[in-house]
Ligand binder design. Sequence first.
Ligand code: ACO
Length: 330
Amino acid sequence: MSELHARIAGIGRYLPDNVVTNDDLAKIVDTNDEWIRERTGIATRRIEEDPEKGAAYMAAEAARVAIDRSGFAPEEIDTVILSTATPDRFLPSTACDTQAILGLPNAMALDLTAACSGWLYGLTMGEGMIASGRSKATLVVATEKMSGIVDWTDRATCVLFGDGAGAVVLAPANGDGTGIVSSFHCSDGNLGELLWRPAGGNICPMTPQTLENRDHLLKMNGREIFKSAVRSMAQACDEALSRAGMTGEDVDLLVPHQANIRIIQATAKYAGIPMEKVYVNVDRYGNMSSASIPVALDEALEDGSIQPGMRVLAPTFGAGLTWGAVVLQF
Ligand code: ACO
């Protein structure tokens, strides 16, 4: 096994209280519980109703728990890497807003945009900061208020997503054998328009026309994304496992990005991991973009699905397209 540089010192999550069922959605778009469950595996999702509670609020709630559990004082956190596809505002970063809420006076804070893959990308970048000696305690937080960017008139997308946040504090490996074992990441910008928000940036600024077309909201080619997701998660599993000197048989728990149960099943099958060893919460939360994996890890630790000594494989994919996987030793 390769040398460990960084370990997870603390982990936390935040989920809004408000539960939205498939039947609730059937009241606003032409859909039904059976279709959503069968095609996606989703039964409920959490939606943050309070407009005052944005991505930074949710990030801070999750991060506060992670920092408390890490044993680090807020003053000791020196780096904040925040993944979001749903920033509260274009400038400044949601990371800086989160830093202000938490009171982290000695940290540099930045946003990272890699859609659903953002938290895993952030984990690897945080690991690099720790390995180089530039950071002693890096907060890697993912926060997604997807309800703010989905088109609530589009049944093909609005049923898929939910709100939530997850965070870890990374610290230098301490010789106890736990930490980030390996990682693999990749992107393909040629496929950007499979999942995107066409309007609102420099090239296509928001106008009354783009607003009327709802072009500032999420658009997705579901079928193509599905195919790319299965392909890229398979590659990510292969690469991360081979870099760890492992095969699927060595994995104690697969904690994949939670976009669709069928994508999760296909990934598990490809990696040779039985579904009993797969952590699933897409049924309860839908797709929380980059927050999906840290929320799942926190829950799995809490409910005992992850025990000391276990090896976890976490693959992801998302808009960009972006994809990747990490192997973690607990
Ligand atoms: N309720 C009822 N019918 C629906 C709904 C709905 N909510 N949505 C679509 N349909 C209809 C379609 O209109 C279509 O009808 P038609 O045959 O009359 O045209 C029919 O259902 C089948 O539609 P498909 O798109 O072919 O359905 P599919 O089986 O591919 O499932 C889905 C669609 C669930 C979106 C699937 O393609 C998928 O999961 N794709 C990946 C999505 C994803 O993972 N996105 C996020 C990735 S990146 C990130 O996480 C940010």
